[in-house]
Structure formats: C-alpha cells, structure tokens
Design a protein. Structure first.
Length: 151
C-alpha cells in the first residue's frame, strides 16, 4: 500500500520518510524483448537466450534502462500525493546498476523521500528508489528520481 501524502506542500515535511515497497514484478523474456524492440537495443545478452546461456550471466539479463523504466511502475505503488493537478517526471540526479536482473527475476521498488523544495506552482521531490532483486544481495538499480507535484 502506498504512503499517502495529503498535498504537494506536505512533501516538505515528509523528507526522510521510508516508503512502502511496491509489488513484485517478474522480468520475463517477453518484457525484455519488448524493451529491445522499443529501444533498438538487441544486444545478445538481452535477446539471445542460447548465446546468453554460455555468457557471463548464464542467461539473458534485463537492460539496465528497463530496470530504470520500471521505477515509473513502482513509484505510484509506493507514494501517492493527493490534491495535485499533475505529477511530472523531472529527471534523475544519479543512476547506478549494481547487479544484473537475470531473466525470470522478481523485482520491486523500495525507497524514501530524500529531499523536497518549493517550486513555482508546487513542490519538487527527490525519491531515492532501489530496485531490489528477490534473493540477490545487490540491487538491480538505485536512482535518485526527481518528480514535480503541482498544486
């Protein structure tokens, strides 16, 4: 269940709040192939299960940017900001991919509100998200996501 903040302005007092984890999502070959089609990144470590089985990871892996893109699925499950006219993905400050997500991995988002500041018409917040891999110590992705919530 998402952490609920009652207004953009309430984000200012929510810095340091740990958010509830998102649901788990399985990264299957179909999702990886779809991402490859969308981006044109057909590198064999993502799209060729036979060749990848003999490669460094023993199977195909999700694109790093696929794991990053999944944060747009996870964040609304983790945080709801009420009384907004719109929310905008403003960008990211930092992204890392510490561990590959092997095909069939279960991923979920965890995180916290790590900064917030007033902007014209609302509040800009930084949510540090970690994309966890079920059963793996290192995460697939850690990102400082910047969102704007307008009143």
């Amino acid at each position: 269940m998402a952490t609920i903040v009652t207004s953009p302005e309430s984000l200012l007092d929510s810095v340091g709040t740990t958010l509830e984890p998102s649901d788990w999502v399985v990264v299957d070959q179909e999702r990886i192939n779809g991402f490859a089609e969308s981006t044109g990144d057909h590198q064999w470590i993502h799209t060729d299960p036979e060749k990848a089985a003999a490669g460094p990871f023993g199977a195909t892996i999700a694109h790093g940017y696929l794991t990053l893109a999944l944060t747009n699925l996870f964040l609304p499950q983790m945080l709801t900001v009420e009384n907004v006219s719109m929310g905008i993905n403003y960008g990211v400050n930092k992204v890392r991919f510490p561990s590959p997500a092997v095909v069939g991995s279960r991923l979920r988002g965890t995180g916290a509100i790590t900064a917030a500041e007033e902007i014209t018409g609302g509040v800009q917040a930084v949510i540090t998200l970690t994309v966890e891999i079920d059963g793996v110590d290192k995460p697939a992705c850690v990102v400082e996501s910047v969102s704007r919530f307008l009143s």
